[in-house]
Design a protein around this ligand. Sequence first.
Ligand code: AMP
Length: 447
Amino acid sequence: MTFASLGLIEPLLRTLADLDYQTPTPVQSQAIPAVLKGRDLMAAAQTGTGKTAGFALPVLQRLTLEGPQVASNNVRALVLTPTRELAEQVLQSFLSYGQHLPLSSYAVYGGVSINPQMMKLRKGVDVLVATPGRLLDLYRQNAVKFTQLQTLVLDEADRMLDLGFARELDELFSALPKKRQTLLFSATFSDVIRQMAGELLRDPLSVEVSPRNAAAKSVKQWLIPVDKKRKSELFLHLLQEQRWGQVLVFAKTRKGVDQLEQELLAMGVSADSIHGDKPQPSRLRALERFKAGEVQILVATDVAARGLDIDDLPLVVNLDLPINAEDYVHRIGRTGRAGSTGEAISLVCADEVDQLAAIENLTQQLLKRVDEPDFIPDHRVPQTAVGGQVLKKPKKPKQKLIPGAAKPAGKGNIHLGRWFEEEDAKPKAKAVRKVPSFGSKPKGGKK
Ligand code: AMP
């Protein structure tokens, strides 16, 4: 299949040739003809599948071929995204794909001054990419009008709801013309998303390009068990030992991000970070520096987990597992994109076994465990089973290693003087326990 056979016009085909996009990805070959015809769309597609071009190309084409000219303060196509980073990235895609077209594209999001955005909107823009909160601010101040709106795209709808934008979205939807085309993209489809789709879409084409909630196949994933307090030490050890190149590292908290960044900088490793406490310009700068290869390590909280497109990122490391199992899929989706392969390594401590089991349940695969000599944890990570179960280790007699004494038999990798049996002092859990769902549904559940 070629892009020409999908019905795209010459200026877009020229751009795609310049970008060396040779064949459409599955989401593109399904979405482009339908969107060109004006159909609504409900697409289950993760980032990395080429979904942005899947909506941007046909939207640009329709705007080019169909009038009218955009009036002041108006927008003709609106793309809503959950995060500022994704808004900026989607804008870049529109600018790139639309480079030979007489259309204007712009992005608005919070964390930066609103005045330049109001000024820019005065002339009207053909494509506006926006985060819901800032867009609502602009709308309430009459800086943006939707009279000419013909297409609405909801990108990463599930993430927008996760981030608590439901009220803003409702208010925005009620301000939009009823007659319009709506395209909804979501990595996962909870009942709430389905309900939203039911209210917003008219006879949509459903497109599903990767198994729901499945982690990208091109990513090799495994975990290294480690004690909680030794995680950053293990990360620094692996970084040097394995001679890692660029790495995107996810930590659970802003504090954890800052700490690792400081340790890396103290070691002379170039590092930057992204988290919700940082002002927007420094978040964007960190991402740009990382993309440009000026920074070796980017440490981030989950704010960076979705939507970021970083070319050929070879490695993602989870310093901590995410609380929400679906975020794991998004995090590791930063690597192994658009046909390349990648690796995702998780440093997992005993406390995280429930999160681990939830991830394995969601992805329906057990993560291979690889011990790192010298980092075998004192607190073992209990075994898990597909289906979200945590299997309790058989009870063993307590043993302590006396520093300086010989290694116990059969414990080849154990660090002398650090080895204790798993902490047995805690109350016993049942032999098999179900993990909390972390907001996700088991595979095979109602879509
Ligand atoms: P997305 O899923 O939209 O974030 O896109 C993932 C990456 O794939 C981006 O870097 C795109 O530039 C790239 N891409 C999208 N479509 C194609 C294609 N048909 N051929 C090659 N690369 C593509």
